[in-house]
Structure formats: C-alpha cells, structure tokens
Design a protein around this ligand. Structure first.
Ligand SMILES: Cc1cc2nc3c(=O)[nH]c(=O)nc-3n(C[C@H](O)[C@H](O)[C@H](O)COP(=O)(O)OP(=O)(O)OC[C@H]3O[C@@H](n4cnc5c(N)ncnc54)[C@H](O)[C@@H]3O)c2cc1C
Length: 573
C-alpha cells in the first residue's frame, strides 16, 4: 500500500496535499469514526472526508430541544474498547444530543482519529476507473483524489427534506428544519411557534417546548403511534453496575432481532389470555424505551389481529392521557397499526396537548395552502408566527447516496441503478461498482436496528475483507449479479411477511417531499431478518472465501476478465 503523502514535522501526513489513499471513507458519523479507527490500527493509508465542518453529523446537527436517543445509551456506545467502556459515564438512560456529541468527540480524541479526518469536503463525484482500478473523487473544494477503495458511511437518516409549500422563502420570521436548529441559543420565550410534522423528531420537539414558548401550534398531516420513553438519570452506582455487565449487555443485543436489550416475548400471542396480554402491555408501556415494541409478541409485526388488539390498547392509553376527546382521536393513527414503523418515543408528548398554549391543526382536514410573509395559510384561515419549524424528516436511506454522482463499470450511475429502490449484496456491495463498500448501507443489518450495533458488525466485516484482500494481493472486489439478485429478492420477500409493507413510512421508502417516493412505490430499504441471522449470513459468506464476491489481483485484471466480472465468475490468480 503506497503512502506517498508529504509528512509534517510531527510525522503526520498532511492530508490536504495528499492525492491518493488506499481507502477513502466518506462520512465522519458513528460509522466513519469506527471505520477509520480500524483502518488506523491496520496502518492502512486512509482518510475520512466529510462535508460538514466537524464530526458526528446526526448528533452535530440535530440540536432541537428534546433530541435524544431512543436506544439505551449504554447499548448505543461503541463496544470495541473495554477501556472506553470503563471510562465513559452515560448520565441518562436515553442520553440527549449534547452528551451524544461529546461522546463521539471523546472517542475521536481518545483514539487520536481527528488527524485522519478532513472536513468541509463535500464529495461531489466518485467514478470508477476501470483501467487503473481506482476510484476518482471530485471534492467540493476543487481537489481530485484517488483511492483503491471507497467506504460509504453516508448515514441513512442524514439528508433532511423540506415540504414543498408555496411561499416558503417569503416568511419574514425564522424558519428551519429540525436538523438545522440554530447552534446559537434561540430565544423562544413569548414566541408564537409552528411545528409542521409529527414524526419522531416532531414528537420529541413538541413534547419539550410548550413551557418555553408563548404559543405552540402543531400542524399534523397523519399521526404516528408513539409510546413513553421513560427516561431517567443513571447514577454513578448504576453506571458501575452497567460496566460490570457490558459483556452480558452486548451479548443480549447480539442475540435480539433489533440489536437492543429488548428480547421478544416468545409466548405465542394466541397462547395467552387477554388478561395476560394486558398485563404484559401495562408493564411494557410503563417500562423504558422500545420495550413496548420489541419485547412484545412477535405476531404484532406480521398478523393483523394481534396488531389491531395492541393498537387499540395503545389508543386507549392515548385517550387516557389527552383531556379533550376530539384531540385524542386526532392523535390516534387510523391508517396503520402500532409498531409497523420504528416507533417514536416520547416524554409527556400527549400531555402537551392538555396545555392552553398548545394547539393542534389537522392538515388532512384543512391543508396548508401556502407559507405567507407572516405565517401559515391553511384552507381555513391564516396563522401568524415568529418561528416555523419543519419537522419533516429525511430522504431516508438512499438520500445521501443520491447526493453523490457515483459511477461504476461502464459509467453506470448508482443513482440510476437505484432509481426505483436499492439493490445490493448484503447491503454492503453493489454489482458493477467494484471496491465500493457500505458498512451500513441500504438493506444492511443497520437500518432497522440499534444502529451502532449494526454499524460495528458492518465495519468489522468490511475491514475483514480489506485485510483479506491486502494479505493476498487482491486489488479488486465486486459482487456478482446473481448474489445481488439473491440478496435483494430475499430482502424483498421478507417484506411480504411484515405488516410494515403497507405503511407510509421510511421503511418502505415513502416520502411525499421527494419526487418518486410517493406511496405505492415500495422501496425495499431495510433487512428484516434480524441481527443474528444477518451476522450468520455475512460470516458464512466470509468463511466461504467471500462467496458471491469476485476477488481479483492486479495481474488477473485484463479487459477480458473485466468482462468476466460482469458475468459473475470468480477469478483468482
Ligand atoms: C434525531 C435522530 C435520532 C436518532 N436516534 C437514534 C437512536 O437513538 N438509536 C439509533 O440506533 N439510531 C438513531 N438515529 C439514527 C442515526 O442516524 C444513527 O444512530 C447514527 O448516527 C448513524 O451514523 P452514521 O455514521 O451511519 O451516519 P451519519 O451520522 O448520518 O453520518 C453520515 C456522514 O456522511 C457525511 N456525508 C454524506 N454525504 C456526503 C458527501 N457527499 N460528502 C462528504 N460527506 C458526506 C455527512 O456529512 C455525515 O457526517 C437517530 C437519527 C436521528 C436523525
């Protein structure tokens, strides 16, 4: 692996001047940070490029009040270093954005990773050069870089989307997406604030700000199911106990489908009485985190009847918490059942609507017509605001991938290939795009789970492959069309068993603010087989010499064999 970069006095490569790397990682979020740690340990000539001005993206940007984990903090943190686990004290069961960002910075500083990161580097294009077997990257600052491998750690909820209302640029007050909540302190006191959107971020924000604003008006198109987070502080004593149980905690995460601490109730829904079900649901509803979703009966994900019974139970809990029965009914989803999408978790969300200064506008009944200079015009009336917050979510899963002009063999565009939805092998490879790795890509083990658990699995596996190739002199890896087709149909087929397939949510690629992502054009974004099956599959692929992936050494790559690659045959020399 050549390392031609210039060295500074301290012996550290000066990345701005270096033009070629063995590996370029794009993205300095949770995935990119871990990836560069492993590459550094292997002494591979690598760098991280990130469009942002600092690391941590999700936790750097989402600074809206209420932004916090829905994963138990100690299951979200990295598991790779005992020392790190012993040093870090998670202060809350579900830690908030400032602490989460502090954590990522702590990790990067502890392992001295910052010097491998280059910020303000928007990757605009990445084209595969078939002759030199390299990726050629164009960066926003005008630089052209090359690398043997690119690792896309672009994030699956990293590209915010705004609605398409007329007049949005005419509003004279302040308006922004939750993702772009101002970094400086925003004075909300006495302000009339509008929040458009009641997804996961909207729910966190709406619950948090009623006592900080003058008036809060929530514009809701479709309600989402939500359940209590039941957050609480973690004392020094409790943290010591957690530390002593980390092995056990991560072992639990590894054997549960979602990569969380929550294990499904293995009793069959139909095998227990109604009283027993309600007893379980009462306990879970009052318990922490995703328990009510993931410690539940497995049938709630696949069988209409159990799902309907649970949904009615949750609806009743909402009715108990909202004083005005009409408002309560508006907050109860009618178009999908509980848990068919990732469940937003809340702290006093429903109680917010009991306050005199919080108002709910149902825009399915009175649609927003336009944003005016002074506020929002619905089909019914004009509302004046000081601040409009768009809690309108993300171009999920493939948004960041679409943001780069990625071209593989024969100039094929990834954006075009994935026009109607992604197709991958293991969520980590795309046929025709050699040496492009996605440790936490679409259809990988990450998207539907506790992300960092999935991310570590993906990064470990990709790094194992890089090591395998380096040790054997391979310079090129591409998956076969057959392997990609097999995996993608497997992912697609699994949707057919899940009630989720009918939901208008990001698991099915629905986003009315993104062209082509309308309802009815399902995109098979997430792998629903669960962490243990995913790990077993990818480990088997590796144990079988990376079956489904064609590995080639320099001498074996001739134009003839490039053609063979497309035909899916293996070539080793
Ligand atoms: C508000 C919020 C709360 C969440 N809470 C949880 C939780 O509790 N539990 C959980 O498991 N998951 C949660 N998630 C999901 C979360 O995204 C992941 O946990 C995790 O942060 C993803 O890390 P990542 O490295 O994959 O991606 P990101 O943090 O999204 O980082 C991607 C990086 O890629 C960079 N990038 C993208 N395109 C380019 C380009 N063209 N050029 C250069 N750089 C580029 C970005 O700048 C960014 O730094 C949450 C997401 C949000 C939005």
């Amino acid at each position: 692996m050549s390392q031609k970069s210039k060295k500074s006095a301290a012996g550290v490569a000066t990345p701005a001047k270096q033009r070629h790397y063995e590996v370029i990682v794009i993205g300095a979020g949770v995935a990119g940070i871990y990836q560069i740690k492993l590459l550094k340990d292997l002494k591979i000539n690598a760098t991280v490029l990130d469009a942002a001005s600092d690391l941590g993206w999700t936790w750097y940007n989402n600074r809206y009040p209420g932004a916090r984990f829905d994963s138990e903090s100690y299951t979200y943190g990295y598991s790779f270093s005992k020392e790190l686990l012993n040093e870090w004290h998670w202060k809350e069961k579900f830690s908030g954005q400032p602490e989460n960002l502090r954590y990522l910075n702590y990790v990067v500083d502890k392992f001295k990773l910052r010097k491998f990161m280059q910020f303000n580097c928007q990757v605009e294009a990445a084209h595969f050069d078939e002759n030199d077997n390299l990726w050629r990257l164009r960066i926003g600052d005008g630089r052209q870089l090359t690398c043997r491998f690119i690792v896309l750690a672009l994030g699956l909820l990293s590209t915010p989307t705004l609605p398409r209302y007329e007049g949005m640029n005419k509003f004279r007050g302040r308006s922004f997406h939750t993702f772009h909540w101002p970094h400086e302190k925003l004075d909300l006191a006495g302000k009339k604030v509008a929040v458009i959107g009641t997804g996961a971020t909207g729910i966190q924000l709406i619950a948090e700000i009623p006592d900080k604003v003058g008036e809060l008006t929530v514009f809701q198109r479709r309600p989402n199911w939500s359940a209590p987070l039941n957050n609480r502080p973690i004392s020094v004593e409790e943290m010591a106990d957690i530390r002593s149980r980390y092995d056990e905690i991560f072992a639990t995460c590894a054997r549960t489908p979602g990569g969380f601490e929550h294990e499904p109730d293995r009793r069959g829904f139909y095998e227990v009485s109604r009283e027993q079900r309600v007893e379980l649901w009462d306990r879970l509803y009052d318990g922490p985190g995703f328990g009510i979703w993931l410690r539940n009966f497995r049938e709630i994900f696949t069988d209409e009847e159990p799902n309907a019974e649970l949904s009615e139970y949750i609806a009743e809990r909402i009715r108990q918490r909202v004083n005005d029965p009409e408002t309560a009914e508006k907050l109860i989803p009618q178009d999908h059942g509980f848990g068919v999408q990732r469940v937003p978790l809340e702290t006093h969300y429903y109680e917010a609507y009991n306050r005199d200064n919080v108002h709910l506008v149902d825009i399915s009944e009175t649609p927003i017509k336009q944003i005016t200079e002074f506020g929002i015009r619905t089909s019914e009336c004009d509302y004046d605001f000081d601040i409009i917050v768009y809690a309108t979510g993300f171009d999920a899963v493939t948004g960041a991938f679409d943001g780069i002009d990625i071209r593989g063999i024969g100039g094929e565009k990834l954006r075009e290939k994935w026009k109607h939805g992604p197709s991958t092998f293991l969520g980590m490879f795309v046929h025709g795009f050699p040496n492009l790795l996605m440790p936490a890509g679409p259809q990988s083990g990450s998207a539907s789970t506790n992300y960092p658990r999935g991310i570590e699995i993906g990064v470990n596996w990709c790094t194992g492959l890089l090591k395998h190739m380096s040790e054997r002199g391979y310079v090129r890896a591409d998956t076969t069309p057959q392997a990609e087709e097999r995996w993608t149909s497997h992912v697609t087929k699994m949707y057919s068993k899940m009630l989720m397939r009918k939901a208008k949510g990001w698991f099915t690629g629905y986003n009315s603010n993104v062209e082509g992502h309308e309802h009815g054009k399902t995109r098979y974004f997430v792998y629903n087989g669960g962490t243990p099956k995913y790990v077993a599959t990818i480990n088997e692929v590796a144990a079988n010499g990376y079956e489904g992936i064609i590995l080639q050494s320099n001498s074996s790559i001739t134009s003839e064999e490039v053609a063979m690659t497309s035909g899916g045959r293996r070539s080793e020399s």
